[in-house]
Design a protein around this ligand. Sequence first.
Ligand code: SAH
Length: 252
Amino acid sequence: MTQSNPQLLANIRVVLARTSHPGNIGAAARAMKTMGLSQLVLVEPAVFPNSQADAMASGAIDVLADARVCSTLAEALADTTLALGVSARRRDIVAEILMPQQAAVRLLTEAQAAPVALVFGNETSGLSNEELSLCQGLVTIAANPQYSSLNLAAAVQVLSYEVRRVWLDQPGWPDRELDAASGAEIERFYGHLETALADLDFLHPGSPGKLMLKLRRLFSRTRLSREEVNILRGILSAAQQAKKAGTRPSNS
Ligand code: SAH
């Protein structure tokens, strides 16, 4: 029997966004380690490091010690080529909703080539629109509709378990379908898009309103390849050039 490759699990990171309670961070670390996951990234944790986190981590203190702290979610996802938001509701943002098992297959497939992420939200407010707009899919744990909100670390446990189960079950992985762009490449594209739309007078730089968020939502419904990002940026550059040439005072 082929052994499941541990490198796949090392490429799957758990990102906790704006966690309020340090105990949950420790409990999440423990949940991860029991399932063989080790890459914990904290985005703007309210309190970290902390003794309550250490106590709840128990024997998973090494996962906490190795945790990376980032100031933005974009930074946490910069080198990932797939990020899935984990959320009980918020069906309004990303069209496709995955079951944990489907999410695990996607993550493990992509993890053959690059780091991937599961993104969990704040205990009270969940994931914001901005945070979800950085994800290419949404995972929901089928829970009691009358009471569907799991504790943060319990949600981490469910997803980590599904990842492990799929990892153990399926030693042969399908080929990666796409040379996906990384989070940082996609962020550079959004930056270029915003500048180009301002240059074309389509967007007022002072008040972008919800346009950029809506455009992010459009693109996050699909996964962009590296090549597609380059094509889109080429189109933007051509439009910017044409605008510049068109507005140049004529020298007649
Ligand atoms: N009141 C918040 C609950 C946040 S619970 C809300 O409704 O969004 C903290 C985190 O645990 C969530 O952001 C999500 O990442 C995860 N979570 C809790 N219950 C979940 C469920 N049923 N499905 C998927 N994720 C869940």
